[in-house]
Write a protein that binds this ligand. Structure first.
Ligand code: ATP
Length: 581
């Protein structure tokens, strides 16, 4: 069952975690990052040469020097411009390559972490949250690494080199640049104080409106049937209104910020001209120096402007990066005992109480021991708690009180990989990936031979599966639900865990095929502990023992014949089913 509204959104990484993760990422490409920075500094150096040489040229002309000197300076200018172009190209090329590698690494890490997310964490977060992180935050973080950050860094480096050149030409004129500082500082301070919270709210409200929309689309029929359309519309309207208001707020922040930036650029350039003019007439600066500084003061504004524009995108990028890294925090939050390894497939429930986050207690102290290798059928009325027991044994959820042990180890303490190796839950929901049949199977056992795959398919009665290279899923070949179920069961045969839980796992097959498949599976899974939750009582008949669950408690436990003799709930169920069957 999927929760309609995420009750616990996935975490967002704290600034310190973001800093550490980002530094780690950069370190992984340390030498390439170093080369890109060095090339960029060289390119900025080369592009300061042109205005400097222009100043010299003006002074040479004013001093009435010969045409040869001026020609030489002009040739120097041309060479400097050519060098600047070549170095800028090389720097951009290197930075792009590094950026692509880093963002690919980020994407791969994100996918790995999503796959490691405990199921209940993903369910509670809701599909909207993960969807927004995947479709908005991962690309935004990729942009940050590939584009925004390198360009911002380039802008800072270039601006610094230009200012250094101005100081070298005329320190007094360079001081004019300081006029821009107070306005920029005030604007940036005002903006940065509000931006992180603003963009986090924007991302959150975007997730929620996506969540509301997809829940309405998924449950459209139910909404129509129960006349919930109005209620769903209201939920959607509220989510969209919240998103709109969050967007408006960040737009307001940007509009104030950009206004202060625009006004701060004019001041220094004007000051260089006015003060430079006065210095020239006082003889404290040559005409060439004033001209060089005027050009540099304009030139410095381009990277500066760009960098300040980038602050906004940097802010947005780092918010996305924090949300992408937050998935790691969700994973790390699971307590695990790395040394824990189940001794065998014995399953034990000790005084298990459980309530879903949104509801009352549904299991009220269940005690049950299933010896390794036993086939246990769990039966009972709808809503009794059978699937909940399956989720607890497979570790999807953990009991609030009591313990679930596999091979003597608390399932809640088993590291995720270990847990997935030892216990597998198969429900009615199967996914067939858009890939070949072989790929769909080997994900359960990488490196399995074709003979193993064929044997697994035969064990689940998938007679249709004669071509391992057949493309499945998507537009290629849509498998019917029964065939998809067989693929899922064949994966279990291949994965061969200690404990298999089949929650209505053969419900899509017709009764005869279901029984045949269950018997074939039982033969293949011999020695494994199998917990089968079933509506069809032939499953119970074939099992070693039967547990009857009623209203969240264990009502009966025993073999088919014993329970029939006892004449309790099971006998009643059997007689009703048999009469009907
Ligand atoms: P069925 O045979 O119909 O599948 P079941 O015996 O498997 O029923 P469970 O699915 O375990 O019963 O449900 C036990 C109780 O827990 C029910 O009252 C159900 O409404 C509730 N429940 C199940 N899943 C959730 C969930 N994700 N959130 C809240 N309540 C839930």
């Amino acid at each position: 069952m999927t929760a309609e509204h995420g009750t616990a959104e996935l975490p967002v990484a704290e600034p310190e975690q973001v800093r550490r993760a980002f530094a780690d990422l950069l370190r992984s490409e340390r030498s390439r990052v170093g080369v890109a920075v060095a090339l960029r500094v060289a390119a900025a150096g080369a592009s300061t040469a042109a205005p400097l040489l222009m100043g010299r040229m003006i002074d040479a002309l004013a001093a009435g020097e010969g045409a040869g000197d001026v020609d030489l300076l002009a040739a120097g200018m041309a060479a400097a411009i050519a060098a600047a172009v070549a170095l800028t190209w090389a720097a951009a090329y290197t930075a792009n390559r590094v950026g692509e590698r880093l963002s690919a690494r980020l994407r791969e890490r994100f996918v790995e972490r999503c796959l490691r997310l405990p199921l209940h964490t993903a369910e509670q977060a809701g599909s909207g949250d993960l969807m927004t992180r995947t479709s908005v935050d991962v690309p935004e973080s990729g942009n940050l690494i590939r584009d925004v950050l390198p360009r911002a860094a380039v802008a800072v480096l270039t601006a610094l080199v230009y200012v250094a050149a101005m100081v070298w030409v005329n320190a007094l004129l360079a001081l004019c640049m300081l006029l821009a500082v107070p306005l920029i500082a005030l604007g940036a301070r005002w903006y940065l104080r509000r931006a992180r919270a603003g963009y986090l709210r924007q991302a959150r409200t975007e997730s929620r409106s996506g969540e509301a929309l997809s829940a309405t689309a998924d449950g459209a029929r139910t909404a129509e049937l129960h006349r919930l359309a109005q209620a769903r519309n209201t939920i959607g309207d509220e989510a969209i209104a919240a998103h709109w208001s969050a967007n408006r707020y960040t737009l307001y922040l940007r509009s104030i910020y950009f206004l202060t930036l625009e006004s701060s650029y004019v001041l220094p350039a004007a000051a260089v001209l006015v003060i430079g003019g006065a210095l020239y007439f006082d003889g404290a600066a040559t005409l060439g120096e004033v001209a060089s500084c005027a050009v540099l003061s304009r030139q410095v504004m381009t990277p500066l402007n760009f960098m300040l524009m980038m602050v906004e995108r940097l802010q947005r990028g780092f918010v996305s990066f924090a949300r992408v890294e937050g998935v790691a925090a969700a994973d790390a939050g699971e307590p695990a005992d790395a040394a824990a390894t189940p001794a065998d497939g014995t399953v034990e429930l000790r005084g298990v109480h459980f309530a879903y986050p949104t509801g009352p207690e549904v299991l009220h102290g269940v005690d049950l021991v299933i010896p390794a290798g036993e086939r246990l059928a769990v039966v009972g009325p709808s809503g009794a708690g059978k699937s909940t027991i399956a989720r607890l044994v497979s570790g999807v959820d953990a009991p609030q009180r009591g313990q679930v042990l596999i091979g003597g180890v608390d399932v809640a303490l088993l590291p995720l990989d270990e847990r997935r190796r030892h216990v597998t839950l198969v429900t009615q929901e199967h996914h067939v990936f858009t890939a070949t049949l072989r790929d769909n199977l080997t994900l359960a056992k990488p490196g399995a031979t074709d003979a193993e795959l064929a044997a697994a398919l035969a064990a689940v009665g998938a007679a249709w599966a004669d071509d391992l290279d057949a493309e499945l899923g998507g537009t290629a070949k849509e498998l019917d639900p029964a065939a998809a179920q067989q693929v899922a069961l064949a994966r279990i045969v291949l994965a061969d865990p200690h404990v298999v839980i089949l929650d209505e796992a053969t419900a899509m097959l017709d009764p005869r095929a279901a029984r045949d498949t269950e018997r074939a599976l039982a033969a293949v899974l011999k020695g494994r502990t199998v917990i089968g939750i079933a509506h069809r009582l032939h499953t119970a008949h074939d099992a070693d023992r039967i547990a009857v669950v009623e209203a969240g408690s264990l009502a009966e436990l025993g073999g088919h014949d014993d329970l029939l003799r006892a004449g309790g709930s099971y006998a009643q169920l059997w007689n009703t089913w048999h009469g009907a069957g």
